[in-house]
Design a binder for this molecule. Structure first.
Ligand code: ZN
Ligand code: ZN
Length: 606
């Protein structure tokens, strides 16, 4: 590529020198074409573009706006925004198209603040924005979650009469949804003249991306009821919402739709189906699909490898990884994250270290370990009692460890009750991420377990002083295609009295076969009876009691919890699966626990 380009440049300058006596028009027309084709063929290296720019300047062709525009576009595509800006600043009265190119370049290169600032300069100079300006300025406001700037741009949109432009309106809607102004987003959506599939898809996707999977599914239902036919983009978002919520029943219904509409030849749709089944705990169904897929890519393999790891089948996860390599599919960092979590869930230290080494040695930058891989290895070492080694591993990291990495070590200190190291790590974390409640909670758990209530109180005071709020725990259970959400001590469900009765009876039964409440993780310095009462109404226990009433045997009861399951609930689930002879599939923040006949698939290592 490079020698060819240089020969073209050479040809171009030789041409200019040998033809300087020919008529200006024919020469410049030819050289303009030569430059245009040069620009087209040199989109891979920014220094090549700079050489072309230098040539344009020496030939006097730099005043040809179309060439400069092409050069600017190529620079923004290459991501050389510094040079693109220098070039732009040299221009005399650039037209709105060039302003748009620069703004778009900043947005595409993840520089939203610069994009907004260029828009402000443009407005200051009195350049009239057009329908192509606003979508990117609005995207920039959404990228930085700047509602205030977004509202100002919205006012300009109205001023220039573009508020009914479908693309501008969709971007406005996405902006409001992104910054959490869902009512404004919905208002814009509902007042759109065309109910256009693109807008529906955009809104559903933004709900999924912003963690509002429930709302995404709600919109999906409304869309179907409104008679708008979902396409492959819609079903990918809807399946991903089901995966996030662990809604297997709804996911299955969407899957039936996929098959009915013949969308199952689309690779992206099939990958979303795999992901939904794997994340809803139906790894066997995911596997059947995977085996039948006409086409697979690295995402399909990685989904299965991560899925097996999450479902506690580390052996199959690692077996698939070697099958993938034998099939000649190049793994990426996502694949390796699945492989490392498989090792982590099974406590496979030797294998974990060896896979990690493979990543470090790789020449492929898409395989090089990232912070989440370091966190995973720290987790593996820490959980397996190698706390010192985990600490030294963090200290030797070539990249700055983040709260995720230190958090993994603090979690391990909690499991193994290492107060000294735990305190040290917690101090680092309180500096790195003072607002994250879970680190404070982990430290107080270490203190609570060793009865140091004075220290527990100090941590709680610190949390109150800094205004740190705990994430509210909840558990969701699906019955008859409806999702029911429970919080700890929740009495808001219509079947509440029935649920509490079943739960009390259940506790009586499992206590008779050896269940003893494990109160070590209860924070407060209260009397034993109080502690047991708090424990007995944890959200997952209420969800199970509800499931026992409403999920027909022999179907397993599936519960999704937003945080990690506590030790006591884990023991409770094992006993419950035994006395009720029911299978319980529980997904917590980290992984699946399949409880059956008194034991859990995680073998108590989680
Ligand atoms: Zn619990
Ligand atoms: Zn478990």
């Amino acid at each position: 590529m490079l020698p060819k380009l240089f020969s073209s440049i050479l040809h171009c300058s030789v041409f200019l020198h040998t033809h300087k006596n020919s008529t200006t028009t024919s020469s410049s027309t030819f050289t303009k074409q030569a430059f245009a084709s040069l620009l087209q063929s040199s989109s891979s290296q920014s220094h090549q573009l700079k050489q072309i720019h230098a040539l344009l300047l020496t030939t006097g062709l730099s005043i040809k706006n179309s060439l400069i525009t092409q050069l600017l576009t190529s620079l923004t595509l290459l991501g050389d925004m510094t040079y693109a800006r220098l070039l732009f600043d040299e221009m005399h009265k650039p037209r709105s198209f060039l302003w748009n190119t620069l703004i778009k370049g900043y947005v595409k290169n993840d520089l939203p603040i610069e994009a907004i600032s260029v828009y402000q300069i443009m407005r200051g100079l009195g350049v009239r924005p057009d329908p192509f300006t606003f979508p990117f300025v609005l995207k920039a406001c959404a990228q930085v979650d700047d509602l205030w700037a977004g509202q100002e741009v919205h006012a300009h949109v109205v001023k220039f009469g573009l508020d009914f432009d479908a693309i501008v309106r969709t971007e406005l809607m996405l902006l409001y949804a992104k910054v959490g102004e869902l009512s404004s987003a919905n208002y814009l959506f509902e007042s759109m003249s065309e109910r256009d599939l693109v807008a529906w898809n955009a809104l559903i996707a933004v709900y999924v991306q912003t963690g509002n999977a429930g709302k995404a599914l709600g919109m999906f239902h409304v869309m179907v009821l409104a008679g708008i036919r979902p396409d492959s983009v819609t079903v990918v978002s809807a399946l991903s919402a089901c995966a996030n919520l662990g809604c297997l029943e709804t996911g299955k219904q969407i899957d039936l739709f996929v098959i009915k509409e013949n969308l199952n030849s689309n690779l992206f749709v099939n990958n979303a189906r795999l992901d939904m089944y794997a994340k809803c705990g139906s790894i066997e169904t995911a596997r059947c699909l995977f085996d039948k897929m006409p086409q697979r890519n690295v995402i399909s393999w990685s989904t299965m490898i991560g899925g097996y790891a999450m479902n506690g089948d580390s052996g199959e996860s690692l077996r698939l990884f070697s099958l993938m390599q034998n099939a000649g599919v190049q793994p990426n960092h996502v694949t390796y994250l699945g492989v490392l979590s498989a090792c982590c869930h099974a406590g496979l230290i030797r294998e974990g270290k060896s896979y990690f080494k493979e990543m470090v040695k790789s020449n492929d930058c898409n395989v090089q370990p990232r912070l989440e891989h370091y966190a995973c290895l720290v987790d593996l070492l820490g959980r397996s009692r190698h706390l010192e080694e985990a600490y030294n591993f963090i200290k030797s990291m070539p990249i700055e460890p983040d709260a995720g990495v230190w958090g993994a070590l603090l979690g391990a200190c909690t499991i193994h009750q290492n107060i000294k190291l735990g305190r040290h790590v917690a101090d680092i974390l309180f500096n790195l991420a003072p607002e994250v409640a879970s680190y404070h909670v982990l430290l107080s758990n270490i203190y609570a377990a060793s009865g140091r209530w004075g220290d527990v109180e100090k941590v709680r005071q610190k949390m109150r002083k800094k205004g740190v709020k705990k994430v509210v725990a909840y558990s969701a259970v699906e019955a008859n295609s409806e999702v029911h959400v429970f919080h700890g001590g929740d009495r808001s469900h219509p079947l509440s009295s029935n649920i509490y009765e079943v739960l009390a009876e259940l506790i009586k039964q499992i206590t008779s076969i050896g269940y003893v409440p494990n109160t070590t993780e209860v924070l407060h310095d209260m009397q034993m009876e109080e502690k047991e009462a708090t424990l007995s109404t944890h959200s997952e226990k209420l969800a199970i009691a509800f499931g026992l009433i409403n999920v027909r045997s022999p179907f397993p009861i599936r519960v999704m919890k937003n945080l990690r399951i506590c030790n006591d609930c884990h023991t409770f689930m094992k006993f419950t699966s035994k006395v009720t002879n029911r299978e319980i599939i529980m997904r917590d923040k980290n992984r699946f626990h399949h409880f059956k006949d008194g034991s859990c698939s995680c073998k108590d290592f989680w």
